[in-house]
Design a protein around this ligand. Structure first.
Ligand code: TEU
Ligand code: CA
Length: 577
């Protein structure tokens, strides 16, 4: 290090034993597959397990440690499969259980582990137990598996509360006898009653079912929503929506992040630990920054948690720095590892997002709000924003790849794929679009099937169409094209992930101050002298301005744009040793 570099923080988890087999997940790269949109082997326009099977070599070539499969269970697709009819079966449109077992074996053979998605907050309204609940009388054991409440008024015509659901509309759906069931999301997604022993037992059966079939880990949907504070039939009153909005999520909230969720996951942990190696899990948590999130990541609970905070930091050295420190702190606090995510099936793809004008606000939801408005206004993107977005996406992704901890990638981000922001209303599928008309166009734009070839039907997704229409420009991003281009985003991901594997060490980093450019640059060193530096400025910065002596060419490991003129260009991450 030169004299200009000052170590201002040194962080790490107490557990550096990543070489232990049971700890494989701590710094794993997990690639999310949205099965319906990955690859379609039988040409019906819907991605399937056989399609994933046909891409095992592609997945192995990426340099990932695991895949996470979004729901592939039988479903009416009222919410893209997050409305599960049967937790222990494969949707016949996607494949069979035998194919699933086969796929897990094939992936294991090439060193890729498998996560499946568990959706424990709600079932679908076609689940046999929900059908039984509807057929049974109020107060029956069948209804006790879900969250039923009687309405007020003579006939129960007034819903139990005026709460609004996450996708719009009321959280209460009447069933015709003066009673209502509670749904946090769409009416097709009735919430389970987690006070019910049969429900608890059934989920343990589901976890064992998949673990017995070789599944290594579970991604837990809406992990903070399970415990409800209003399970009994007639509490005096429920807060109004306006009052609810003032209750911070946590112990006093009626349904988000209550303390009693811990006990549920302690039971799951017992099941995980009955396997060798122990099964792992990651909690999906949407909430503001809070130390409470680390609870889900302890060894007594799910073991790891998604921290989406970096997604909400946008393109800003100071905000990203703050989030990185915060998340490393939570990793320490929980004895787990940090998790880094820029994209998933619920958000605008980050290659598009990072090209939008910044909103410099402390509100963690400010950027999500900007994205919502952008989509609503038609998602028009000037071509220079597309280029900037891609440069920033490459830089930020490679920055995160350098951080200690585990990284979750979303299918297509390795292609630098932008959002399909202008889908026609007639093509949309997301309940968010239908339930919040004129307010939110929904999440279909990040779920459009992948382009594998530059031309041909559905750009190689399948032999025919695709269940969400692909735009003409999709071919430009095709895997085929990027495999032939050493400067492609795909080539960058492959190279960076391979290097990451070689350079990976203990979960520790040391921040380095970057001269006068500090507010526009992040620079850290990992054990072994692995330097990671990102220039967030929209102009180049010379090594002198960075307070650094230019590393000789043979020390440079990687750069997300070409390093020229003794400078790090705008929107660029460089690694050197
Ligand atoms: O998402 C949880 C969730 O809270 C979402 O409403 C999230 O806030 C939103 O999608 C952000 O745009 C999970 C799944 O990831 C999502 O796909 C499902 O729709 C949802 O649960 C219900 O199962
Ligand atoms: Ca198919």
């Amino acid at each position: 290090m030169t004299a200009a570099q000052v170590t201002i923080a040194d962080r790490g988890t107490t557990n550096d034993s990543d070489t232990n087999e049971a700890d494989w997940w701590r710094q794993a790269v997990v690639y999310q597959i949205y099965p319906r949109s990955f690859a379609d082997a039988n040409g019906d326009g819907i991605g399937d397990l056989a399609g994933i099977m046909s891409k095992v070599d592609y997945l192995a070539g990426l340099g990932i440690d695991a895949v996470w499969l979004s729901p592939f269970y039988p479903s009416a697709l009222a919410d893209g499969g997050y409305d599960v009819d049967d937790y222990r079966q494969v949707d016949p449109r996607i494949g069979t259980l035998d194919e699933f077992v086969d796929l897990v074996e094939r992936l294991h053979r090439v060193g890729i582990r498998v996560f499946v998605d568990i959706v424990p907050n709600h079932s679908s309204n076609r689940h046999p137990w929900f059908r039984e609940a509807l057929a049974a009388a109020p107060g029956s054991p069948e209804r006790a598996r879900y969250v039923f409440r009687r309405g007020s008024g003579e006939q129960g015509e007034i819903p139990p509360s005026d709460w609004t659901a996450a996708f719009g509309g009321s959280t209460w759906e009447p069933v015709g006898d003066g009673w209502y069931y509670f749904h946090l999301f769409a009416p097709e997604q009735p919430d389970w009653n987690w006070d019910n022993d049969e429900v608890r037992e059934d989920f343990l059966t589901t976890l064992r079912f998949w673990a017995d079939r070789g599944v290594d880990g579970f991604r837990v949907d809406v992990a903070m929503g399970l415990a409800k504070g209003f399970g009994s039939d007639h509490p005096a009153t429920l807060p109004t929506q306006a009052e609810l909005a003032e209750i911070p999520i946590g112990p006093d909230h009626p349904y988000f992040d209550r303390d009693d969720v811990d006990e549920i996951y302690a039971g799951w942990r017992e099941v995980f630990n009955q396997y060798d190696p122990p099964r792992v899990a990651v909690a999906e948590l949407w909430s503001e920054p809070s130390d409470r999130k680390a609870r889900y990541a302890t060894p007594q609970s799910l073991g790891q948690a998604f921290y989406f905070d970096v997604m909400h930091a946008g393109w800003s050295a100071t905000r990203v720095r703050r989030v990185v420190d915060m998340v490393l702190g939570w990793a320490d606090q929980s004895g787990s590892s940090s998790t880094w995510v820029l994209s998933n099936h619920d958000v605008v793809r980050h290659a598009s997002r990072l090209g939008l004008p910044d909103v410099d606000a402390d509100d963690p939801w400010a950027l999500a709000e900007r994205d919502r408005r952008w989509l609503l206004s038609g998602g028009v993107t000037p071509s220079e924003n597309i280029a900037v977005g891609l440069d920033r996406a490459r830089a930020l992704s490679v920055f995160l790849m350098g951080l200690p901890g585990s990284l979750y990638l979303y299918q297509g981000e390795e292609l630098g794929l932008p959002e399909v922001a202008d889908l026609d209303a007639s093509a949309r599928q997301d309940p968010v679009f239908f339930r919040s008309p004129g307010h939110n166009v929904g999440r279909d734009g990040c779920r459009v099937p992948l382009p594998w070839t530059a031309s041909g039907p559905s750009f190689g997704f399948g032999s025919a169409g695709s269940h969400l229409p692909q735009p003409a420009w999709f071919g430009d991003y095709a895997v085929e094209r990027q495999e032939a281009d050493p400067n492609s985003t795909l080539a960058l991901y492959r190279r960076a992930l391979q290097l990451r594997r070689e350079l990976q060490g203990p979960q520790r980093l040391t921040w380095v101050e970057s001269g006068s450019a500090r507010s526009r640059v992040l620079h850290f060193v990992r054990p072994g002298g692995w330097h990671v530096l990102t220039n967030f400025a929209d102009h180049r910065l010379t090594w002198g301005q960075l307070g650094l002596v230019q590393p000789s060419a043979d020390r440079i490991l990687l750069a997300t744009t070409e390093l020229t003129q003794s400078a790090v260009p705008a929107h660029t991450t460089a690694w050197w040793r």
